[in-house]
Write a protein that binds this ligand. Structure first.
Ligand SMILES: Nc1nc2c(ncn2[C@@H]2O[C@H](COP(=O)(O)OP(=O)(O)OP(=O)(O)O)[C@@H](O)[C@H]2O)c(=O)[nH]1
Ligand SMILES: [Mg+2]
Length: 426
């Protein structure tokens, strides 16, 4: 990380006063909406917020390096305050919380489907795109409420790719992250990720979102009331444990297996197994940068841990993301300034050229009875081959106005009537 510059420290001071934005992302049915409702009910219940003690992170993670002793900018014993909730899912049928901003109030995705002749996913995507065109207003509302809330929570559409791989998702994420300390909470359906292959595809997705957004990232293993998430923590901590589970095929047998069948049979080295083996080695590095918590959105178990992890992720935003953002903004501003100065230089150069050309034209005009001449069209008036294009021009014979007029007349481009008046170039 670079040394703090004045703009970095002023941006940090500004950001320290702002609420934390939590963007919930996850596969369809992972429990995003229920999770948002759980956060809502937790923050609406009188009590104090937990401190930023280490959450259930993979044990080999060097927590001390990324976690400062206490969160800055906010008191240690913070009272809970109701969050500000934004629903970005136009297709949600039942919403257990009352959103402060609801995309459904702005766009009706079923109407969008009809008007644009789209299927459900296309309709949701287009509805989100339409809403994004107004997102500056949402940002304005968030800024307005910034003093009164500690958390702004975003619920995203069911189909994960609608938010994570669409232009509107990127615009919303970048806009929010540029204005507020922002973290991504990646919700995982724990009981449905017990198969090593499903676990891996979920982790790959998480990895792609982490590297795309570069925001502080929290893995939230949801539905721990149904299945504890310890197995996942162990797989993240120890790739050999993951590979052993893969080899035994044990996890795939639970709850009907995952999305991928172990087609080679128990323990047999299939292509899928060898791919998963390699991926587990690749993802080992990725896991080191992650915080993971187990939560039950149904019972509320683990929500304290989640908020502790959020405090730490906020610090991460301030320490890593914000200086980088400020640096990029400064870089962009100085590039823009350089571009404008370059344009100005070009304009000045053009002006001086024009001034020179103007003087030259004036001289010629005096010599040639005030008839302006284009250099490459001027030839000897007496020459038979005058009309041929591309012939060499003898400037020394540039001569009388008559000659010029003859040539122009011969070329058929000159109105030689009494009112003839050539437009002057430049
Ligand atoms: N047992 C259990 N069920 C949960 C939990 N969280 C969510 N569910 C259930 O999981 C289902 C899906 O939950 P939602 O909150 O709608 O999931 P979502 O990710 O918002 O779904 P989409 O927006 O449609 O993708 C519902 O039946 C919830 O009741 C949990 O912690 N425990
Ligand atoms: Mg939902």
């Amino acid at each position: 990380m670079s040394d703090p510059t004045p703009s970095t420290s002023s941006a940090a001071a500004e950001a320290a006063k702002k609420p934390t934005v939590i963007i919930t992302i996850g596969m369809a049915g992972s429990g995003k909406t229920t999770f948002v409702q759980r956060l809502n009910s937790y923050l609406n219940t009188p009590g104090v917020m937990p401190s930023s003690s280490p959450p259930l992170a993979p044990p080999d993670q060097e927590v001390a390096e990324t976690a400062p002793a206490e969160p800055k900018g906010k008191g240690k014993e913070r009272e809970r305050r109701p969050p500000y909730i934004i629903n970005l899912d136009p297709a949600v049928a039942h919403m257990p919380y009352e959103a402060n901003v609801d995309i459904r109030d702005t766009v009706d995705y079923k109407e969008v489907m009809k008007q644009y002749n789209l299927g459900p996913n296309g309709g949701i995507l287009t509805a989100l795109n339409l809403f994004t065109t107004k997102f500056d207003q949402v940002l304005g509302l968030m800024e307005k409420r910034a003093e009164e809330v500690d958390y702004i929570v975003l619920d995203t559409p069911g189909q994960i790719e609608i938010f994570t791989w669409s232009a509107s998702g990127a615009i919303i994420t970048d806009a929010v992250a540029a204005s507020f300390p922002t973290i991504v909470a990646y919700i995982i359906d724990t009981p449905r990720t017990t198969a090593p292959a499903t676990f891996m595809s979920n982790m790959l997705y998480a990895c792609s979102i982490l590297y795309k957004t570069r925001l502080p990232f929290l893995l939230v293993f949801n539905k721990t009331d149904v299945r504890k998430h310890e197995f996942a923590i162990e797989w993240m901590r120890d790739f050999e444990a993951y590979q052993a589970a893969l080899a035994s095929g044990g996890a795939q047998e639970e709850e009907g297996g995952g999305e991928f069948e172990d087609r080679g049979g128990r323990g047999e080295a299939t292509y899928m197994n060898s791919l998963m083996n390699s991926m587990s080695l690749v993802l080992d590095e990725f896991y080191k940068h992650l915080n993971a918590v187990g939560v039950s959105s149904l019972t509320g178990d683990g929500v304290d841990d989640f908020f502790s992890a959020v405090s730490r992720a906020r610090e991460e935003y301030m320490a890593d993301y914000l200086p980088e953002l400020t640096r990029l903004q400064d870089e962009k501003a100085s590039k823009e300034q350089a571009r404008q100065e370059g344009n100005m230089d070009k304009v000045m150069a053009d002006l001086s050229l024009d001034a020179g050309a103007g003087r030259r034209r004036m001289r010629w005009a005096e010599e040639e009875d005030d008839v302006p001449i284009e250099e490459d069209e001027d030839e000897d008036p007496g020459d038979e081959e005058d009309e041929d294009e591309g012939e060499e021009i003898d400037l020394s014979r540039r001569g009388t106005a008559d000659g010029i007029m003859d040539r122009a007349r011969a070329a058929g481009g000159l109105n030689t009537g009494p009112a003839s008046n050539w437009a002057r170039p430049g």
